[in-house]
Design a protein around this ligand. Structure first.
Ligand code: WQD
Length: 337
């Protein structure tokens, strides 16, 4: 299929582009590089030996986006483009609602006009909010505790309503748990601008000496060792999930949701210890109070994805720690300060 990938230069998007190309699909990338770099496009070409069209395109510019659909015969879209920082979304909520919701609306309006019926959307486990019990199941009610999370809840609703109104539409929302790791080549990985919010990029920048120590946020949660438990999955497994979901849309119309996780919970201390062990690097850490809004545990029930799209994770926590380190140590000069 010819697949338009919005946000294809980002952490998850770039790995999904590699998997799509390796599965024989053609891609077109639209990215405004607000949290990524054009050099990632060259790395995708190097890894796959394939080339593709790409556009510096902001989804808020309707005409610019529409032009891509005029230039290319698009069969499906994978929609990654969006702002995704939880703390930033609480500081500038209107920017998040405008960017994420209006950008998605423009995309849907053009898809409807051009009769492009297949869409895979990058959603998040954050939509499970704080009132569900782990392991999270797709049928559970959704909510959020921050504007970023609400944009994911609202976009899922938009997509559901759109599917009800358009019987030819085939739309899947993939709820990511905590993607970490990097491509085995070390060419692409999680390389956020500024000081990372998320645990693994923070660990990596500490390991490479750019940050002095890791703050462990909360040691009094009701978990196995008192620290936060999350469902970390390898970004390569996550990328493969997009190919499986996309190809499933050739057979199944309507609106579906899948959890993409391992189904296993790992604590902060377990992740730090695993990273130290597999990479033989000591990590200085300081124990701190909980981060506002953090929940104790989040991990997935992945039965539906396994059964319906034949997706299963292949990589271990050790692989995730090894591959994250391999990426950061070969790209540290490019790290933003
Ligand atoms: C993981 C654990 C922290 C940093 C993420 C994204 C959010 C959304 C959902 C995409 C928690 C602890 C973290 C640090 C720490 N992603 N931690 N020290 O909170 O599950 O949310 O997934 O939709 O955008 O933020 O992931 O990596 O931020 O935190 O102790 O310096 O690590 O308390 O328990 P989280 P995270």
């Amino acid at each position: 299929m010819n697949v338009l990938v919005t946000g294809g230069a980002g952490f998850i998007g770039s790995h999904a582009c590699v998997s799509l190309l390796e599965a024989g699909h053609n891609i077109v990338i639209a990215d405004n590089f607000c949290n990524s770099s054009p050099e990632v496009l060259e790395h995708i070409k190097t890894i796959t030996g394939r080339t593709f069209s790409h556009y510096n395109c902001d989804l808020l510019d309707y005409e610019e986006l529409a032009e891509i659909f005029e230039k290319h015969e698009i069969d499906a879209v994978i929609h990654f483009a969006g702002l995704k920082s939880v703390p930033e979304s609480t500081r500038i909520p209107l920017t998040y609602y405008h960017n994420n919701l209006t950008g998605t609306l423009h995309l849907l309006q053009i898809m409807e006009k051009k009769k492009v019926n297949r869409l895979v959307f990058s959603s998040s486990a954050t939509v499970y909010g704080t009132s569900n019990q782990v392991p999270y199941e797709e049928s559970m009610p959704t909510s959020a505790t921050n504007p970023y999370g609400w944009t994911k809840v609202m976009i899922e609703q938009m997509l559901n309503d759109y599917t009800v109104a358009n019987s030819d539409a085939a739309i899947t929302c993939l709820r990511y748990f905590n993607p970490i790791g990097a491509h085995k080549s070390g060419l692409i990985g999680d390389n956020p601008n500024g000081i990372p919010n998320n645990l693994m990029p923070y660990v990596c920048q500490t390991a490479v000496g750019k940050l002095p120590f890791i703050r462990v946020f909360g040691t009094d949660f009701n978990t196995k060792d008192g620290t936060g438990v999350r469902d970390y999955l390898h970004v390569l497994d996550l990328a493969e999930g997009h190919v499986k979901a996309l190809e499933h849309l050739e057979k199944k119309k309507g609106f579906t949701v899948y959890n993409l996780g391992t189904g296993q919970g790992t604590s902060v201390l377990e992740l730090l210890d695993t990273f130290e062990r597999v990479n033989n690097i000591p990590l200085k850490r300081e124990l701190h109070d909980r981060r506002p809004g953090d929940i104790a545990e989040s991990y997935a029930n992945v039965d539906r994805a396994v059964k319906e799209i034949g997706w299963e994770t292949r990589y271990s926590l050790e692989d995730m720690c090894r591959d994250s380190w391999n990426f950061i140590r070969t790209n540290t000069d490019k790290q933003a300060n």
